[in-house]
Design a protein around this ligand. Structure first.
Ligand code: UD1
Length: 342
């Protein structure tokens, strides 16, 4: 029998790519989203890629009775939880908004899962939980650091909430995937990242500058102790990242977990500097980017990249795309968006 996977925040950047890969792997996918931070573009894109309509439930996971209702009405074999606020700067200005939204929604899901007698829960975590560490690359056993922002803290706290729930409630199992820096778009250019207002993240800022929406990209800091003075990150292709979720869901549903709570890094294992990424973007897409150096951005770590060995050995997952391929998809997506606005 086909298994059903609930994807909270399934209309967002990561959620939409994961939905496509799950559907292609043969799962029934229930998308749920409150469209608080996105419109229907990605949902429509998902349906266009798959050539069929997928069920979409407009709902807010902070509403406990709505979540209970959802679990009562559908048999859900696994849930992947993406629905959360994610702007680091905003979380510093509005911590309670972040704690209320990101923690309440996850607790509601776990309570519903518990009252159904258990469920497989995949939590969308982040490399932000590692903070800056001297020992690179980071493995899953690298100690977490106190979070730099309320946003980062919600990731750490949700990981702990999942770990403790799995311990206490029979039938609840969980995996936390710690993403490094997801970038790019679907090769169809029908789904991708849709930042509201001025993008905080590097690649959307690059593509918006290249298309002329932004005048100039600021490279935050060129005096870091790295080979070219700019920060080092592990940029991971969004479709590669989405496939890691399919592997993790299959591991949970096939009973292959070694412990009831597991953590996996989702990264390439290859560090790239901000400057190297800009150069690669210009080269592969044949565009010249207007950029300048600017002061360091508060809260940025100097360097972080993954040791993805555990994901490779246990999930059978490995990043496949080159950063050039990924940056070509990011550019194709930005051009697609530009064509929609004419
Ligand atoms: C941030 C979050 C991370 C989250 C990720 C989502 C923190 C500390 N980081 O990662 O949790 O998962 O976004 O993708 O919580 N840069 C510029 N100019 C710009 C924008 C960025 O030079 O206009 C630089 C930054 O200084 C940084 C690098 O590019 O060195 C990557 O920045 P960004 O894309 O914002 O991701 P992170 O801060 O690494």
């Amino acid at each position: 029998m086909k298994k059903t996977v609930l994807v909270s925040g399934g209309a967002g950047f990561i959620g939409s790519h994961v939905t496509v890969e799950l559907a292609r792997a043969g799962y029934d996918v229930l998308i749920a989203d409150n469209f608080s931070n996105c419109d229907e573009t990605n949902y429509k894109g998902v349906c266009a890629i798959l050539g069929r309509e997928l069920p979409m439930i407009p709902m807010d996971f902070c509403h406990k009775s709505a979540v209970e209702d959802l679990f009562d009405r559908h048999h859900i074999d696994a849930v992947i939880h993406f629905a959360a606020f994610k702007a680091v700067g905003e979380s510093v200005a509005e911590p309670l908004k972040y704690y209320r939204n990101n923690l309440t929604s996850f607790i509601n899901i776990l309570e519903a899962a518990r009252s159904q007698g258990g469920c497989n829960v995949l939590f969308s975590s982040s490399a932000t939980v590692y903070g800056q560490t001297d020992k690179l690359p980071v493995t899953e056993d690298t100690p977490r650091q106190p979070a730099e922002s309320p946003y980062g803290n919600t990731k750490t706290m949700c990981e702990d909430i999942l770990r403790d729930s799995v311990k206490a409630y029979p039938g609840v199992r969980g995996i936390a995937l710690r993403y490094f820096n997801p970038i790019g778009a679907h090769p169809s250019a029908l789904i991708g990242e849709l930042p509201r207002g001025v993008p905080n993240n590097l690649v959307p800022f690059i593509t918006q500058t290249a298309i002329g929406k932004r005048e100039c990209l600021s490279v935050f800091g060129n005096d870091y102790p790295t080979p070219d003075g700019t920060c080092l990150r592990d940029f991971i292709d969004i479709v590669d990242l989405a496939k890691a979720h399919v592997c993790a869901v299959a591991r949970m549903l096939d009973g292959r977990m070694k412990q009831d709570y597991e953590i996996f890094n989702v990264g390439t294992g290859r560090p790239l500097s901000v400057l190297e990424l800009i150069t690669a973007f210009e080269k592969v897409n044949g565009v010249k980017l207007n950029w300048k150096y600017a002061p360091r951005r508060p809260g940025d770590v100097v360097a972080i990249w993954a040791d993805p060995t555990r994901a490779e050995q246990e999930l059978g997952w490995k990043a496949e795309r080159s950063v050039e391929q990924t940056l070509a998809t990011a550019w194709a997506w930005e051009k697609h968006l530009a064509s929609l606005s004419f």
